[in-house]
Ligand binder design. Structure first.
Ligand SMILES: [Zn+2]
Length: 484
């Protein structure tokens, strides 16, 4: 603090309205605290609720004053093309809900001769969308809540926790809008030729692990047309695959104090738009996590053919591994064909083979299956053994579990399977996002949230900017990705 300089006398200014409210509140607090201390049936929760409610008006007034100051300081420049606006109309009021209640701001509107549109630069500066009038904090809250729970519940939780009242339909619409913008932002980020920014670029070459899986989602698109479609001979398809992937560095695996395995830092990709879309998302996510610097890339998935084909395609040179549990399931299928319902016999047959697969060599297991097949007469058991034997043959290069254990690599795709159990929690509950586009928006929000450690800045900018591409360019600029 400067102690020796000449004393600067502040210019006398009127105390702002929120300053008066603050003084009144402070004066009342003393009495309230005294009253609370003596009120026997009340616990601290009662005081917390009362203080939060009464402080709301102060915070609302301060937000309004701040918003007005920012609006006044915003130059009359087109937020899209930066051209100075003409035909200025100052003092245009706009009221909108903030997290502390409704505020009104007066701003200047003007005409952009280049865009041929009326613009309100203060709205862009404040982060207000052209079409939906909510403050950035309310926008973010609606997006997060709606991505975590059905909108009917989200509406109640929002009001209970923050006092913000948003009807269910409004919340649904706003969340959907945020979801669409999340997708827009992701597509823009993923399409960049340079790698997205990273919190921590690996200094030493690291091993990058990718895991891929899929889960099912039920949609009602096209809702109400089932009978008409059936008449035309088309059975409406309700269940669809959501392709999901995760990527992380091998050295980012750790254990909690209780011994539970955790991945400290990982990225996610999920889409309802097909396997090609997943490939692009996951590739972008992997680039952001050091794909370019990685000493090696390992892809782990179950046996679905698409996984390997796509992995070959986008991650050439990557080492591939069949999920260990998946391989064991195939061995168990052989066991069931041979032993029937005799569980003890099945266990006795299966256990040594599983041990062999894990600790020795897949070649030995395959040879064993061939020997078994040679002793069997033609029939369903032989057919089952042949099918599974072919499966192991096809994947034998991906069954290197002993080497994997020695290198400390994961044997299975447990990380993505856990993810595939978590994602559907929101989707397999009643809600309004039950169309293909709605689902993709919701997936976009959820994925952006899951990738928040790296893209926190983007999320904040996303929810605080207007819907235009130019604002996304601002987000990109802030991320160090401005177009060159
Ligand atoms: Zn313009």
């Amino acid at each position: 603090m400067e102690l020796t300089g000449p004393a600067v006398k502040p210019a006398p200014t009127a105390v702002p309205r929120w300053g008066v409210t603050a003084a009144c509140l402070a004066a009342r607090r003393e009495d309230q605290i005294e009253a609370f201390a003596c009120a026997e049936p009340e616990n601290l929760g009662h005081l917390e609720t009362r203080l939060a409610e009464e402080s709301r008006e102060l915070l609302r007034q301060a937000s309004e004053a701040g918003a007005q100051k920012k609006a006044d300081a915003t130059p009359p420049r087109c937020p899209h093309c930066q051209r100075m606006l003409t035909r200025l109309k100052p003092g245009q009021p706009r009221s909108f809900p903030t997290r502390f209640g409704e505020v009104t701001v007066r701003r200047t509107r003007g005409y952009c001769p280049r865009c041929h549109k009326w613009r309100t630069p203060a709205d862009a500066a404040l982060g207000l969308a052209d079409t939906a009038g909510y403050s950035p904090a309310v926008q973010e809250m609606t997006a997060l809540l709606a991505s975590k729970m059905p909108v009917s519940e989200a509406s109640l939780v929002l009001e209970r926790l923050t006092g913000v009242k948003l009807p269910r339909a409004t919340l649904d619409r706003e969340a959907r809008r945020q979801g669409e913008r999340a997708l827009e932002l992701r597509r823009t980020l993923d399409a960049r030729p340079v790698a997205p920014p990273q919190l921590e670029l690996p200094l030493e070459p690291c091993q990058l692990i990718l895991q891929i899986d899929a889960w099912n989602i039920r949609e009602r698109d096209p809702w109400g047309q089932s009978a008409a479609r059936r008449q035309k001979g088309e059975e409406p398809e309700r269940w669809h695959w959501v392709y999901t992937g995760t990527c992380f560095r091998l050295d980012h695996r750790a254990q909690t104090a209780g011994g539970r395995p955790v991945i400290v830092e990982r990225g996610f990709a999920a889409t309802r738009e097909g396997i090609d879309a997943l490939r692009e998302q996951l590739h972008a996510e992997a680039r952001g996590r050091g794909l370019g610097q990685a000493a090696g890339v390992l892809v782990i998935a179950d046996g679905a053919v698409w996984t390997w084909r796509r992995a070959d395609d986008r991650f050439p040179g990557a080492h591939q591994r069949l999920d260990f549990y998946h391989a064991v399931q195939h061995l168990a299928a052989v066991g069931r064909a041979l032993c029937g319902d005799d569980q003890a016999k099945l266990n006795a047959w299966l256990k040594p083979l599983v041990r062999q697969l894990k600790n020795e060599s897949a070649v030995k297991v395959i040879r064993h299956l061939e020997e078994v097949l040679a002793t069997l007469p033609a029939g369903p058991a032989a057919a089952a053994v042949r099918t599974e034997g072919n499966h192991f043959h096809e994947h034998h290069a991906r069954l290197d579990y002993r080497a994997a254990a020695r290198r400390g690599e994961p044997l299975g795709s447990g990380a993505i399977e856990a993810t595939c159990r978590q994602y559907p929690c929101r989707f397999k509950r009643p809600g309004q996002f039950w169309s293909r586009t709605g689902d993709e928006s919701l997936l976009g929000l959820e994925t952006l949230w899951r990738n928040r450690s790296k893209r926190a800045v983007a999320l904040r900018l996303l929810t605080s900017s207007s819907s235009s591409w130019s604002r996304i360019a601002v987000a990109l600029g802030a991320l160090g990705l401005a177009a060159r």
